[in-house]
Design a protein. Structure first.
Length: 456
């Protein structure tokens, strides 16, 4: 992937020791693959303390600011050096068309769906996991092979002015905003409007003549469209709204998948998805438009979507044999906000089951009205015809108290304390959906359910 001389030229560093080649880039000494370049970043723990351990695990060299025992490249600032390496990787692949994806909900899933299609279309590259911040974006760029022809990057934020520099690193030809909602609002004095403005920063790095792909149903569509047009972007839209470039007509979910009916550029499409979440109708259309804008056929996107399975913690389903019978657990434990909670409950409502059980943990960073926002989910819970609601966390207690007594399965202070109650309550034929913010540890409930049974 890189020679020592190329790394030195890109970062302005000095090679110490004999020349070397690297085949990957890592910032975590625990995840070293032989041949990696280990970048010793400063932080809560100084990466230099782990550099020699990374070399012992097979790293080819380390990018450092001070002397270590082993091959290295000496730089003044390792984070800035990583950024420069990412910029060099971008610039050495001039034929590569790049997409950047952001949004309050669905950015990881849409990024990975686009990536699945790009892999079918030729040499490609993409973000892994949720590598979407000031470390993850330049790291993903630095890992991009020189022969890459299409790439997709996830870009996230918690505050204003975070996306602008990341978009500047990627310099996308295509920018996708999935949807804007009340996420991280406690960090914005003007609330959701501030979140929308921060998401619009995705267009700041857009290449000339680039394409902006926007959700026509989003309440902040006009703000986003104006920001995209100000950057000279061509705007293409997805949604249920009349006139959308990709218009969702119908979404029919069944066991193990769904069928989407849509119009794309006026062309009627009917295609299968390996997803059951109702929000995947719009996710699929965003994916199709992005893949097309990157120069790959629509049919390639459809081929990928037909087999693109839910990601871990984002809708993955598991059938389990428990002592009480066979149940299905829907793992939505990775993250949560008011928009995704409503979408997950809507999807649960459409499932056929002996009983529908929702296990919900706190949504975080919602500001002083968080309790009211949680309690407002009582309506979606009722619409989904949830038989039992289990809840964990101080804010979810507001929702637990807002639903009828007959629906209350149990409340606990933490997910770990709630988990045994959930497991004890499960019966044959139940479908149980577990969702909450990553910080409120909803995954502990999923782990407890899986530990109690066997796959089937």
């Amino acid at each position: 992937m890189w020679t020592a001389a190329e790394i030195a030229a890109a970062t302005g560093g000095q090679v110490e020791g004999p020349p070397f080649d690297v085949y990957g880039v890592s910032i975590d000494s625990r995840d070293i693959t032989p041949g990696d370049l280990f970048v010793a970043l400063a932080g809560e723990r100084d990466g230099h303390d782990f550099a020699e351990g990374a070399l012992a695990r097979g790293a080819a060299a380390a990018l450092v600011t001070r002397t270590i025992q082993g091959p290295d490249i000496r730089v003044d600032d390792t984070l800035r050096a990583l950024e420069r390496l990412g910029e060099a990787a971008r610039d050495r692949a001039p034929l590569c068309r790049r997409a950047a994806v952001t949004g309050s909900v669905g950015k990881t899933s849409v990024t990975q769906a686009i990536a699945a299609a790009l892999r079918l279309a030729g040499p490609s590259h993409n973000s892994v996991k949720s590598y979407n911040n000031h470390l993850g974006v330049p790291l993903t760029l630095a890992r991009m092979p020189r022969e890459t022809r299409r790439a997709v990057f996830e870009i996230g934020m918690n505050h204003a002015n975070e996306i602008t520099p990341l978009s500047g690193f990627v310099r996308p030809h295509v920018a996708v905003v999935t949807v804007v909602g009340p996420v991280h609002v406690e960090n914005f004095p003007d609330g959701e409007a501030g979140v929308a403005g921060a998401k619009a920063e995705i267009f700041d790095g857009l290449e000339g003549g680039g394409v902006a792909i926007l959700n026509a149903d989003d309440k902040w569509f006009d703000l986003l469209r104006a920001a995209a047009l100000a950057r000279g972007a061509e705007v293409r839209t997805f949604g249920r709204a009349s006139g959308s470039t990709a218009r969702l007509i119908d979404f029919d979910a069944g066991e193990g998948g769904a069928t989407v009916v849509a119009e794309v550029h006026g062309r009627a499409l009917r295609f299968p998805l390996a997803q059951t979440g109702a929000h995947w109708g719009l996710n699929a259309l965003a994916t199709i438009l992005a893949v097309e804008a990157l120069g790959a056929p629509v049919e390639t996107a459809l081929e990928a979507l037909a087999v693109f399975a839910p990601l871990a913690g984002r809708g993955a389903e598991t059938r389990l044999q428990l002592p009480a019978g066979v149940i299905t657990v829907i793992d939505e434990s990775y993250n949560a906000n008011p928009i995704s909670m409503r979408a997950a409950l809507h999807t649960l409502g459409g499932r056929r089951a002996r009983r529908k059980i929702a296990v919900l943990t706190d949504m975080l960073e919602l500001g002083p009205d968080s309790g009211e926002v949680h309690a407002a989910l009582a309506g979606p819970v009722a619409e989904a015809r949830v038989d039992l609601l289990f809840a964990a966390g101080s804010d979810m207690r507001a929702l637990f108290g807002a639903v009828p007594a007959a629906q209350r399965g149990g409340w606990a202070r933490t997910a770990s304390e709630l988990a045994p109650e959930v497991v004890a309550a499960l019966q044959d034929g139940d479908v149980v959906m577990v969702k909450g913010s990553n910080g409120s540890r909803a995954s502990a409930v999923v782990a407890a359910i899986k530990a109690a049974g066997e796959g089937c």
